[in-house]
Design a binder for this molecule. Structure first.
Ligand code: NAD
Length: 290
């Protein structure tokens, strides 16, 4: 029997990237999954992938920045899947900008989703875990950016550093209920959110990143999902309040000189920026529904 048989995972932002990879991995280990995302078609696609492992799944549309929506999603998880044992507070966005002209709305969206959204998700899950009395595992997705900062990324870094510190307080409060709370700091993982940083397979940005990363490759959602699976396993019973960095060694890697001036890199970067703006235009009306 798999170690997560009979358990139910509540995963936000599971319609894409790391959240989807985590839903698949936890299903492989035996868990049923409540797939939460603001993007319902994405969530439904993930739910189908979970069912391919023979597990139950429901797709729920919710904006993590909305307390009523995330509370209702957690209620549906318990009503339809019977329990809530694992919570992965994963939904997040990235908004870049200089201190000289960052829009207040960009700042607020990022804080509302990356920081308040994690608080509301963990609150909704922890309340139900305590009520059900069977303990639980809470994993919050922070970032390597909680430790490092770059021009234009200070707002994102602030939210991710906030997540890394909040889990320590929650671990203190929830330990007596048999609930552990940990944060994970992914480096660059190849998902739609990070395409600008990870680049295309075989392209100039990817080659430069691979050269710079000590393990010689970019991260995959399955890497982070594996660490989440470990945190949900009996081997992690004694781990709580931790921040686990998984970045292929990128934190201490020296920058590659001259790469920013490379014409090929500049062109690929421009393409990714345009794609990111398009994606954002599609997502924004959903984010504004709160
Ligand atoms: N990809 C990376 O390199 C990387 C690195 C460090 C940390 N992270 C973090 O990992 C998490 C997952 O990111 P990803 O790379 O898989 O990105 P992604 O864009 O592929 O997936 C994020 C998902 O979150 C959903 N989402 C966005 N706003 C939401 C909201 N308000 N309510 C509910 N769902 C919402 C999106 O619809 C999407 O399905 C994020 O918190 C991100 O900050 C990613």
């Amino acid at each position: 029997m798999s170690y997560l048989s009979g358990k139910v995972a509540f995963i936000t932002g599971a319609g894409s990237g790391i959240g989807r990879g985590t839903a698949e991995r936890l299903a492989r280990e035996g868990a049923d999954v409540c797939v939460v995302d603001i993007d319902l078609p994405g969530a439904e696609e993930t739910a189908s992938l979970v069912r391919e492992f023979g597990r139950r799944a429901i797709a729920v549309k919710a904006n993590v920045a909305s307390k009523p929506q995330i509370q209702a999603a957690a209620d549906r998880c318990v009503q339809e899947l019977g329990r809530l044992d694992i919570c992965v507070a994963n939904a997040g966005i990235g908004r870049m900008g200089s201190i000289l002209d960052m829009e207040l709305k960009d700042w607020q969206d990022q804080v509302d989703i990356n920081l308040t959204g994690v608080f509301l998700t963990v609150q909704a899950a922890a309340q139900r875990m305590v009520r059900l009395g069977q303990g639980g595992r809470i994993i919050c997705i922070s970032s390597l950016a909680a430790l490092n900062v770059a021009p234009g990324m200070w707002g994102y870094s602030a939210t991710k550093a906030g997540v890394a510190i909040m889990v320590r307080g929650w671990a203190q409060e929830l330990g007596r209920f048999g609930i552990t709370v940990n944060a994970i700091g992914p480096g660059v993982i190849d998902t739609p959110l990070a395409h600008g940083l990870a680049g295309d397979e075989g392209g100039p940005i990817r080659r430069a990143l691979e050269q710079r990363t000590p393990v010689g490759r970019v991260g995959r959602p399955a890497d982070i999902a594996g660490l989440i699976a470990f945190l949900c396993s009996p081997d992690a019973d004694f781990m709580t309040g931790s921040y686990l960095l998984m970045d292929g060694g990128l934190r201490d890697a020296p920058p590659l000189s001259g790469i920013e001036q490379n014409e090929e890199v500049m062109q690929e970067r421009m393409r990714h920026m345009a794609a990111a703006m398009e994606r954002r235009a599609r997502q924004q009306p959903l984010i504004d529904e709160r």
